[in-house]
Design a protein around this ligand. Structure first.
Ligand code: ZN
Length: 202
């Protein structure tokens, strides 16, 4: 499961074309990037899963309280619905459920948020393979190597990537070719997929 966080952005259309060329479906955890919201519809129309990564992705704001988190989350859910007609229940926390930043704004908030996800009908996804691109643009070769080293030997892999960096998007085609040559298939996350939860660290 290739997953792309923090878009849509300047490289998302290029990424969608690569995925289309290889007939691969992926998952996009999107936030409110006003200049690129027209791409939400492309993501859905081309068969990918769309999921909420909050609207602002501003740690200080979203992790200040549960109410603040859900307000921001629902704002993005509404934008996705307006643009695509899809009401998604799939989410990923900024920083993942194991982030160690939220404690500075509200101690213990990840425990409280993760416990409420089920009751509110959301499913949150972490990852078990990190491409290492969160800090910005590494070279595509390094991202490719990180991903294949992480995927190798796993029955199922949820791979964290960010489609807001050109290097990450450049690495995707090689990842797809390697995967297909090594017996993997690529799928989009759904409500029925494993969620690969991390251990909360707050
Ligand atoms: Zn993010």
């Amino acid at each position: 499961y290739l997953t792309f966080d923090d878009g849509p952005g300047a490289y998302t259309r290029q990424l969608l074309d690569i995925l289309k060329k290889h007939d691969v479906k992926a998952t996009f955890f999107v936030k409110n990037n006003p200049n690129y919201l027209h791409l939400l519809d492309d993501i859905v129309n081309e068969g990918h899963s769309i999921a909420i990564h909050t609207s602002s992705h501003d740690y200080e704001k979203i992790y200040s309280s549960e109410d603040a988190f859900f307000k921001d989350l629902n704002e993005m859910g509404d934008i996705i619905y307006e643009k695509t007609g899809v009401r998604t229940t799939l989410i990923r926390f900024p920083g993942g459920s194991s982030n160690t930043v939220s404690r500075w704004y509200s101690y213990g908030i990840m425990t409280r948020l993760t416990q409420r996800m089920d009751e509110l009908g959301y499913r949150y996804f972490d990852w078990n393979v990190d491409s290492g691109d969160a800090a910005g643009c590494l070279d595509a070769e390094r991202i490719y190597r990180n991903v294949i080293a992480g995927v190798r030997g796993k029955e199922q892999a949820v791979v964290l990537l960010h489609d807001v960096y050109p290097c990450s998007v450049q690495a995707v085609e090689r990842i797809l070719v390697w995967g297909k040559n090594n017996g993997y298939s690529f799928r989009a996350l759904t409500v029925h997929s494993g969620q690969f939860h991390h251990t909360v660290q707050n």
